[in-house]
Design a protein around this ligand. Structure first.
Ligand code: ADP
Ligand code: ADP
Length: 226
């Protein structure tokens, strides 16, 4: 069974200004261990699809399933990484990364050990006691990635995570993410509007059409290095 199934999903937002159809009949499956990029123009519904996969929003109709079970709300197994990092500014790097296990009641020694392991995994050993405002953008995004991994994410949902970084930092983070993905067997669903980024990162690129985000075509990109 796929780790993620999106089946005939439609989503309409109702606001004071009226109704916006963000998705119509979208379908997608992701297998465990895949690196899938969702590619499409701004406004085509990529973030909406990702938020539905995360459980932050419910579809208006259709189904969103993880391991064939309905996604009923957010869960640590589905970790979200945002373009603006979403770190807790009042917590150190160590405590940001340990936040998930700690809030789930893990013993203090285990929280410390888990935080240490993931701080090292993203190469921030010297910055364990720093606070987010002391870090560069690239370092903040490393913390955000470590935080979802430390919280036992099986699937990482990334919404233009490198969109706010300069080109050199972006390329380095792309390399690091692929390296992490290859070493950990993670499943990644990665939203981007940049085709070069999608081609560089993905096993499979899912193109979304503009308008009411219908998924139009699915391209499989076979990369020789894998
Ligand atoms: P993308 O991520 O591809 O840019 P989005 O999923 O953010 O697309 O948006 C799809 C459409 O839904 C857009 O027209 C957007 O304005 C609208 N939309 C997204 N989120 C909301 C919301 N919370 N309330 C109302 N409309 C929304
Ligand atoms: P980025 O990936 O955002 O470019 P780097 O990891 O390349 O950040 O940063 C390179 C090194 O520069 C870091 O290991 C760190 O030693 C130092 N550094 C970067 N930003 C800061 C900062 N805001 N405060 C202290 N040291 C920093």
């Amino acid at each position: 069974i796929p780790i993620l199934t999106i089946r005939d999903v439609s989503k309409t937002y109702t606001t004071r200004g009226g109704r916006t159809e963000a998705l119509r009949g979208a379908g997608l499956t992701v297998q465990r261990g895949e690196f899938v990029c969702l590619l499409g123009a701004s406004g085509c519904g990529k973030s909406t699809l990702l938020r539905i996969a995360a459980g932050f929003e419910a579809p208006s109709s259709g189904q969103a399933l993880m391991w064939d079970k309905p996604i009923a709300g957010p869960a640590p197994s589905r970790g979200m990484v945002f373009q603006d990092y979403g770190l807790f500014p009042w917590l150190s790097v160590r405590d940001n990364i340990g936040f998930g296990p700690k809030s789930r009641g893990r013993p203090a020694a285990e929280v410390r050990e888990t935080a240490r392991r993931y701080i090292d995994l993203v190469g921030l050993g010297r910055f364990a006691d720093a606070y987010p405002h002391q870090l560069s953008g690239g370092m903040k995004q490393r913390v955000a990635i470590a935080r979802v991994l430390a919280n036992d994410a099986e699937m990482v949902l990334m919404d233009e995570p490198f969109g706010a970084l300069d080109a050199m930092t972006r390329e380095r983070l792309q390399d690091e993410l692929l390296d992490l993905w290859a070493r950990t067997g993670l499943t990644v669903l990665f939203v981007t509007h940049a085709i070069e980024e999608a081609i560089f990162l993905a096993d499979r690129i899912v193109m979304m059409s503009p308008g009411p985000g219908r998924i139009e075509a699915v391209h499989t990109v076979d990369l020789p290095r894998r």
